[in-house]
Write a protein that binds this ligand. Structure first.
Ligand SMILES: O=C(O)[C@@H](O)[C@@H](O)[C@H](O)C(=O)CO
Length: 483
């Protein structure tokens, strides 16, 4: 039947995505088809199941298929009808290992699935932060819908999650809840109290105002010794615990508030606490304070993203001392087991090839890794391959706006690191770390200035784009799982 459908669609100028064609129930088949760059959800039915605003030919009975055919835009309304009938929604994660793939352009989900489905890892496909939404002029619903479309296009019937990433306020939280996200990453970085320049006397004075719960945590853990293995142990410092309490207590109130909202509105969700974008590495005392505080408030979080030793800059490999990273990771993992069953999450996880294996090994496969910009860079790679003029244009725009783009991301590049024009004959040029970072953080301005042109190239070379994205994610996974 797939071939007949494909022929029929072709006659009507639509291209069928063959993997998308599947039976949802006895009398309903679903598929995705595209005309130019416009993708539609198609249904073959016996005439009694419909979505709204049919686009193709309402209730047209097609003799050679033996079904009625309709094509629909994937609107949120249509998603809800599909969801209620066929359970195509994202779900919370029950697996040990999970991997997040942000898709800034809303085009990459089929490619992400192609790579992820071959590994024992739970895919979190709709992962986007408000920072990314603002820069790409999208919203949580749009990200969500593009992922659903990608899931249907790939014919993927497995579980997957949707991560409202780096939530810092209620407005975005509510938008994500309304859209149907399953994972909520609370980014506490803006709420951390800066104590690094406070004199000791002021610290002491401030400590007087800590809540009784914070004091209890300090009393319970101060001076405690933990043994990771026969030759690895660490002790918890009272001074450091005070500093952690002073730094994090305010942020804990935000988590409490958000948790209350999530509990009121949702039956199931995965909650991630992200403290990786703070100014200093997460100490064991920070970790203990945060996890204990939340547990004592009955807040059951799914994962914690500490700031591990070393630099986790966007788009490039880990920078720093791998021994220190390993030792820090061991302590955090030890604590995550000791304090209660949440996993560790690695943010800025794109291209951190030199530490993936260690991360998997030390966490015994209990981890979450987030990537996003690395998939956007594959779009840039395609443009480099297929349209040098556009690529040169994008390079110039990115350079001209570097200072603005740097405001949102911590990177070490400067205007002086870059030549005025780029050697496009050099096929390795996009592997240079500074070039990767430049494009990685410039997506906002590039989409503002050349959105139409970028999407046109990616639509024209869709298969190649998918190939680039899936190979790249596969390279990440191979390294993680040491394959
Ligand atoms: O760019 C963003 O805002 C996000 O994609 C990231 O910060 C995300 O949390 C991440 O770490 C992806 O690598």
């Amino acid at each position: 039947m797939k071939e007949e459908l494909s022929d029929y669609l072709l006659k009507n100028s639509f291209l069928l995505y063959p993997d998308s064609f599947r039976r949802l129930r006895e009398d309903v088949y679903i598929f995705v088809a595209k005309k130019d760059s416009d993708k539609k959800i198609g249904l073959l039915t016996n005439g009694n199941f419909k979505l709204s605003s049919p686009h193709f030919a309402e209730d047209k009975y097609v003799e050679e298929l033996g079904f009625y055919i309709n094509l629909y835009p994937l609107t949120y309304e249509n998603y809800l009808i599909l969801k209620d009938n066929f359970g195509i929604s994202p779900v919370t994660c029950k697996e040990k290992a999970s991997f997040g793939t942000g898709d800034r352009l809303g085009l990459a989900t089929p490619a992400h699935i192609k790579a992820l489905k071959n590994y024992n890892v739970f895919p979190v496909l709709a992962q986007q932060s408000p920072r990314e939404l603002v820069k790409t002029h999208r919203d949580f619903k749009d990200v969500f819908l593009k992922v659903i479309l990608g899931v249907l296009e790939a014919g993927y019937a497995g579980g997957y999650g949707a991560d409202a990433d780096h939530i810092k306020d209620e407005k975005y939280l509510i938008e994500a809840i309304d859209a149907g996200y399953t994972m909520y990453t609370l980014d506490l970085s803006d709420l951390l109290v800066k104590i690094s320049d406070m004199p000791k006397s002021q610290l002491k004075e401030k400590a007087q105002s800590l809540s009784s719960q914070s004091r209890e945590i300090i009393d319970r853990f101060k001076g405690k010794k933990f043994s990771i293995s026969t030759d690895e142990d660490f002790a918890v410092s009272e001074d450091e615990l005070y500093k952690s309490a002073l730094t994090y207590e305010k942020a804990m109130k935000f988590v409490e508030k958000v948790y209350g909202i999530l509990k009121d509105r949702l039956q199931h969700f995965d909650l991630e606490i992200s403290i990786d974008e703070g100014e200093k590495d997460t100490t064991v005392e920070d970790h203990i304070f945060v996890a204990e505080y939340l547990h004592r408030k009955g807040i059951d979080f799914w994962s914690l993203a500490p700031k591990f030793p070393g630099e986790f800059q966007k788009a490039i490999d880990y920078k720093g001392d791998i021994k220190k990273f390993t030792s820090g990771l061991k302590k955090h993992y030890f604590l995550s087991k000791k304090l209660g069953g949440y996993k560790l999450s690695l943010h800025s996880g794109s291209d951190k090839f030199s530490i993936y294996k260690i991360f998997n090994e030390i966490t015994e496969g209990n981890f979450h890794i987030k990537t996003s910009g690395t998939s956007w860079l594959q779009a840039i790679n395609i443009i480099f391959e297929r349209d040098k003029d556009l690529f040169n244009d994008l390079y110039k725009i990115a350079l001209d706006n570097l200072e603005e783009s740097k405001k949102a991301y911590k990177v070490l590049i400067d205007r002086d690191d870059f030549p005025q024009t780029i050697q496009t004959e050099d096929s390795q040029i996009l592997l240079k770390p500074e070039i990767k970072q430049l494009f990685h953080i410039s997506y906002g301005v590039l989409l503002d200035e050349r959105r139409k042109e970028i999407y046109e190239v990616l639509n024209k070379y869709e298969e190649e784009h998918y190939e680039f994205v899936s190979k790249n994610i596969e390279n990440h996974l191979k390294e993680i799982f040491n394959i």
